[in-house]
Ligand binder design. Structure first.
Ligand code: F6P
Length: 471
């Protein structure tokens, strides 16, 4: 497994002591249980600058750290990955920045990851590369190790070619990805966008999901398959966790601490502009203002976990969100009744499960999201078959889970307000009907099934010599 981050983040204390904690984000949530079952190594960055560390075992996995310098973190991670690709791939919600130095660093770091994978993979091994930070690795790795079977999974959306075409290095990215045998996407639409980009930007032939690369003589050679494999969570683990007496008791305690409101709304996101947090809070504030919600009877808990704090767009977002929360609380809060409980923290899975159990309505209103695993965690936690999931149309999860959730267009503030009210007033019978349907889907289509389906398609690839021209 090759991913930008290891599942644990290192930190160095002022006295030089090394410690680690779980890394943020959906990718780790999904891949950790897969790797705990597999006999393999996870190659990734340790989360701190200039930290060289030998491979080690943690949480039941073999971890191989890749070192990044402070400048590489700035240019490859914060720059090209999160200020160029991230906004470009998420519908340019924020404007992407194009810097040649960032691209150079992205190439160099991708080469380092490819080399680490080449050094650690056994002959004929399967290597699974993940996400937008490492799109050049499949091609680089194939050049280094033609004996390997290489898969790539894109955890975020793949944009339409009309947006992707802005990228000065679009051709290199497409060729980098085509080093893989199988390229997985979250939604059919993402896979189709990629195949369209291949058609527009290269002269390779495509037939449905299969792209045929020419060999050195220009004859049809290796095939690459681009297809959707919607990712999931370890549903059973989450379901079990939420059933434990500790988590159940904690859920009751949270409700009491919130002042025993009639209705608790919950948002759980990395503090990211793609998540639609501002739109959600605006709608919630207007509902209080219109008198359609009563602060003494309803409250919104918004967990916004810290993310990419050195990137300007994230710093701006934090200011905007915090001003907005302050304004809504100042205007509509009463003694003992906060309109919004805003928590800029990350929490362990136990606390998340308790929060999900507390939430009568879960608000997932992303402006664009590859999948959104929070929506799936909420459903997995609700074995009581209560609670309503409000879900943005612009998430991969909406493609998969409809018609169970109440779908919402987060740009339509009036529409979102109506859906929030409809969710709050939904009768128990209807809640159960919808939650049952959602749970049937999520408890069956879990992360093990996701990885098995990807890996079985990859295993079916006939190994071929890499005789196509080098790039
Ligand atoms: O799922 C998208 C993703 O960017 C993952 O690649 C990443 O692990 C997660 O979100 C969190 O982001 P970051 O690693 O930048 O904190």
């Amino acid at each position: 497994m090759v991913a930008n981050r290891l599942p644990v983040d290192f930190s160095v204390s002022p006295t030089g002591e090394l410690s680690w904690q779980r890394s943020p984000g959906g990718l780790v949530t999904a891949l950790e249980p897969v790797m705990q079952q597999a006999d393999g190594a996870w190659i990734g960055w340790s989360g701190a600058p200039d930290l060289a560390h030998e491979p080690f075992d943690a949480e039941g996995m073999r971890l191989v750290p890749v070192t990044l310098s402070a400048q590489e973190i700035e240019r490859y991670y914060e720059g090209f990955s999160n200020d160029t690709l991230w906004p470009l791939y998420h519908d340019v919600i924020a404007p992407p920045t194009y810097h040649r130095q960032w691209w150079d660093s992205y190439r160099r770091v991708n080469q380092r990851f490819a080399q680490a994978a080449a050094d650690h993979a056994a002959h004929g091994a399967t290597v699974w590369v993940h996400d937008y930070q490492l799109q050049l690795v499949p091609r680089m790795l194939r050049d280094l190790r033609p004996d390997l079977r290489i898969g790539f999974f894109d955890h975020i959306p793949f944009p339409p070619v009309e947006l992707f075409g802005q990228l000065p290095w679009r051709r290199q990215i497409v060729d980098g990805l085509l080093g893989a045998d199988v390229i997985g996407f979250q939604r059919n639409g993402d896979a189709a966008n990629f195949v369209r980009a291949v058609r527009r930007l290269t002269d390779y032939t495509t037939r449905g999901p299969v792209i045929t690369m020419p060999d050195a003589e220009g004859r049809p050679g290796r095939h690459v398959r681009a297809q959707a494999f919607p990712i999931s969570i370890d549903s059973h683990r989450f379901d079990m966790l939420a059933r434990t007496p500790e988590v159940q008791a904690r859920a009751k305690e949270i409700r009491r601490d919130l002042g025993d409101p009639d209705i608790v709304y919950l948002g759980v996101d990395r503090l990211d502009y793609t998540k639609g947090i501002r739109h959600r809070i605006k709608a919630y504030g207007e509902l209080l203002e219109d008198g359609r919600l009563d602060v003494t009877r309803a409250t919104l808990v918004q967990v916004a976990s810290p993310s990419r704090e050195n990137v300007g767009a994230y710093q701006e977002l934090r200011e905007h969100v915090e001003i907005l929360v302050g304004r809504v609380n100042g205007e509509f809060g009463e003694l003992g009744h906060s309109a919004i409980h805003y928590l800029h923290h990350s929490y362990p899975a136990e606390e998340m499960a308790a929060l999900y159990l507390t939430a009568d309505v879960m608000l997932v209103t992303a402006l664009r999201d590859g999948m959104n695993l929070v929506a799936k965690e909420y459903v997995a936690a609700r074995s009581d078959e209560k609670g309503v999931l409000v879900l943005s149309e612009f998430t991969g999860a909406a493609d998969e889970l409809s018609p169970g959730p109440l779908l919402v267009n987060p740009h339509d503030i009036d529409g979102m307000k109506d859906i929030i009210v409809a969710a709050s007033t939904m009768d128990e019978k209807e809640q159960r009907r919808r939650m049952r349907r959602l749970r049937r889907k999520i408890m069956t289509d879990d992360v093990a099934k996701w990885s098995e389906s990807f890996l079985s398609v990859l295993a079916a690839v006939q190994p071929r010599p890499t005789d196509e021209p080098r790039h």
